[in-house]
Design a protein around this ligand. Structure first.
Ligand code: AMP
Ligand code: MG
Length: 402
């Protein structure tokens, strides 16, 4: 049995990033990985402009202005966003200006409308401004020539906005890993089928499908293989044309757990098959002709936790992402929990924020077959191997799932 870190290390050491790229409309690139360093060809903003609705003026004309000692300027033009001023601002003059409109020539600052009173063609100003006040300078967000988004960045909404600002309609991203998903078990039936005695519905394939989609991968459902070597072999072969294969169930020590044997018979180089964790102890990992193969535990929660801990980083690396580590936060336990020494526990919790402090309560019974415990969770609490009991009020580290 190896540790969670060791398992992750072995997996990542075997994963090669996909090299192929594709050109995509940037709108559909949320979660995709940028395949080049994006250099700005323009400044953002492209011109200096007003950060407020107000009056563009010269700071020196307003020196000393206050409620008691207001200054009066002549208003020579009104400027909306999207247009340029026809006149320049001279001594004791101002241009009425809207947020986003280009700073007129001659003006060096903007007085907020709240600090003024407009009277016909004059404005009375009650406050002095500094040079540059309420001005957004050209290039203050992004400078022409700057690398704005680095190769290997997983694109978020903000990146999509930046791409739009820079006029990058189509961009080069790494292609999505194709992830084949195979459920195994004589007890499994598909969604539309009748539940005859002894049968349960295949749920793992679908939670894995969702998890893969969330990683911007392309899941491929291979259906259900029955618990015999022939069927397993046939269906596992199909999965080998994908970039990664996930087999669910059949990797434990039961009489009909043939997955490891079949993988070996097919020439998979098995790297390990047990990890010191709960849920998720039976986890097999191997490489078959360059394709990483995960034998995920059959229990529904174990399957999902194993995906989070091992498949997720593997997919990120395969997708070309530079950053694959996960963020931990401290949370205070709202109840006691006893655990076995030697295993890392992954508890499904509901995280609540009270006055800036996170609190974690269990999502109910924590059995590895209780899928609801996962569905209700917005966080996972990790308890270290050497811990035996977590007391209410103690801190532990959590990851946020949403
Ligand atoms: P196994 O690892 O194959 O022994 O399966 C462990 C437990 O997980 C058993 O109770 C199985 O019925 C259940 N299980 C296995 N595969 C699935 C699946 N695809 N969907 C739901 N439950 C499953
Ligand atoms: Mg089984």
């Amino acid at each position: 049995m190896i540790s969670v870190e060791e398992a992750r290390r072995i997996i990542l050491e075997n994963i090669r990033p996909l090299k192929e790229t594709e050109a995509k409309e940037m709108c559909s690139c949320l979660g995709r990985v940028l395949a080049f360093d994006l250099m700005a060809k323009e400044n953002i903003p492209p011109f200096s402009n007003s950060a407020m609705d107000g009056f563009a003026a010269r700071a020196k004309d307003l020196a000393g202005a206050s409620r008691e000692n207001p200054k009066t300027l002549e208003v020579i033009e009104s400027l909306a966003a999207g247009y340029t001023a026809k006149r320049s601002v001279g001594s004791m003059r101002a241009i009425r200006i809207m947020t986003g409109a280009p700073l007129p020539k001659g003006a060096d600052s903007v007085v907020m409308v709240e600090d003024t009173k407009n009277k016909e063609e004059f404005v009375i100003i009650f406050k002095e401004v500094e040079k540059g006040e309420n001005v957004r300078y050209a290039g203050e967000d992004v400078k022409k020539g700057e690398i704005v988004i680095k190769n290997g960045t997983v694109l978020k909404s903000g990146h999509i906005g930046l791409l739009a600002s820079l006029g990058a309609g189509k961009i080069k991203v790494f292609r999505q890993p194709r992830v084949a998903i195979l459920a195994t078990g004589d007890e499994l039936v598909e969604i539309g089928q009748r539940l005859s005695p002894g049968k349960i519905r295949n749920s793992n394939a679908y939670s894995l499908y969702g998890q893969a989609l969330k990683m911007a991968a392309l899941p491929i459902l291979l259906g259900i293989a029955r618990d015999n070597k022939k069927d397993l072999e046939q269906k596992i072969r199909k999965g080998l044309s994908a970039d990664m294969l996930l087999v669910s169930g059949g990797v434990s020590v039961g009489d009909y757990d043939f997955v490891k044997d079949v993988l070996k018979d097919l020439g998979t180089q098995m790297k390990f098959w047990r990890v010191a964790m709960k849920p998720g102890k039976p986890l097999a990992f191997g490489m078959m002709n360059g394709v990483p193969v995960f034998g995920l535990p059959g229990n529904p929660v174990s399957s999902m936790i194993s995906f989070e801990q091992f498949v997720r980083p593997a997919l990120l690396k395969m997708s070309g992402a530079r950053e694959i580590s996960r963020f931990y936060l401290p949370a205070i336990a709202k109840e006691d929990f006893e655990k076995k020494k030697g295993l890392r526990y992954f508890l499904r919790v509901i995280l609540e924020n009270k006055d800036g402090q996170l609190y974690a309560s269990l999502t109910g019974p924590q059995g590895s077959g209780i899928l609801k415990s996962m569905a209700l969770a917005n966080g996972i609490m990790e308890l270290p191997e050497d811990m035996e009991v977590l007391r209410k009020g103690e801190k532990a580290k959590v990851t946020y799932l949403d």
